[in-house]
Design a protein around this ligand. Structure first.
Ligand code: PHE
Length: 344
């Protein structure tokens, strides 16, 4: 083989490119492919002639032919893709047996659905929504809430400290402090957010969970206002037949303090397995704002009163839908999550 043949080959390749450029349909593409790469094409001839060449020539020409052939194949493939996907020229062979592509529609996470349901109940009662940072200082998370330095909740065991004096908030109660600093009484706020604790990760504990804090500050707030508000919330959220009960409790930032229970929806308070045979389910901590807390934000405890409550959103979601393990909320199992799709 000689220079003349090399010229032929180069012309052949540029002819091929020219023909390919004019291709508009799959039929034309197949014709060009047959013409330039088929058995009876010049390329076919050249490949056949290879056999009669000396080993040295075979090596040179074999390499050259292969290079051109694979460039042609590459160009054909690109053209094919252009025809199929950009020009939409797939009509000549639609495979009607191919299953359609399913479009997955996402859904809101159950914890967020419940969070929003709770918030909208409080909004309808005139509460405004506030938020605060997940990284809090000692002052907001503890000190301003009348939690003394030696209190067990300050222990490293329970909190994620980032550096001395800074931690991931262990509850949304710092939102109370921020709301009081920002607003002038009277006001009603709810503060939703993520909280973090160095707890075990088991069926009822998670190192990250959500709370909703509530705070009402006005001149003449009483436990009666707290009970009434909570009762309205419980009946709207869980159902009209549910009962509410306050049990005396202790929080450093409220006095008096209470734990709030709702009657079990499974046994209507008679006692069953889901309520541990007590007939009641705990849903939140609450109480009247401690005078020390008012003092920390510069409010006069003689002039204002307030009530506060805090509830765990995962816990309430579990009670509402009978979810028995908090870890489900973090598994990202689509089959689990999809069950809540219709709710929003
Ligand atoms: N912050 C408390 C907790 O995390 C809940 C609470 C909030 C209690 C407001 C009383 C008042 O357990």
């Amino acid at each position: 083989m000689d220079d003349k043949k090399m010229e032929m080959l180069e012309k052949y390749f540029s002819d091929f490119q020219e023909s390919l450029a004019k291709v508009e349909t799959l039929d034309e593409l197949n014709r060009v492919k047959g013409q330039y790469l088929g058995r009876k094409s010049l390329m076919g001839d050249f490949l056949t002639q290879l056999r009669s060449l000396s080993p040295e020539e075979k090596r040179i020409w074999g390499q050259k032919l292969n290079e051109i052939k694979s460039r042609m194949e590459e160009d054909l493939k690109k053209k094919y893709e252009w025809l199929m996907f950009e020009k939409g020229e797939s009509s000549s062979f639609i495979d009607v047996t191919l299953p359609g592509r399913k479009q997955w529609v996402g859904s809101f996470h159950p914890v967020l659905i419940v969070r929003d349901q709770i918030l909208s109940i409080f909004q309808s009662l005139g509460f405004r929504i506030e938020s605060g940072p997940e990284i809090e200082s000692d002052f907001y998370n503890f000190e301003a809430l009348n939690i003394p330095p030696d209190h067990p909740t300050r222990d490293d065991q329970d909190s994620f400290y980032l550096s001395p004096g800074w931690l991931l908030r262990t509850h949304t109660s710092p939102g109370q402090i921020r709301a009081m600093q920002k607003l002038t009484p009277p006001f009603k706020v709810v503060v939703p957010g993520r909280c973090y604790r160095r707890d075990a990760f088991d069926a009822t504990h998670s190192p990250m969970f959500h709370q909703i804090e509530g705070l009402v500050v006005a001149p003449s707030i009483s436990m009666g206002d707290l009970k009434g508000t909570v009762a309205i919330f419980v009946r709207r959220f869980f159902g009209l037949h549910r009962q509410v009960r306050f049990r005396p409790s202790y929080f450093p930032f409220t006095e008096p303090s209470a734990e709030v229970d709702v009657s079990c929806g499974v046994c209507q308070g008679k006692g069953c397995r889901s309520c541990g045979y007590s007939g009641w389910l705990e849903i939140m901590g609450a109480g009247l704002v401690h005078p020390q807390v008012f003092a920390k934000v510069g409010y006069d405890p003689e002039q204002v009163r307030g009530f506060a409550f805090g509830m765990g959103v995962e816990r309430i979601t579990m009670l509402k839908f009978g979810v028995t393990d908090i870890r489900w909320f973090l598994e990202n199992d689509v089959n689990f999550l999809e069950q809540f799709k219709a709710l929003r």
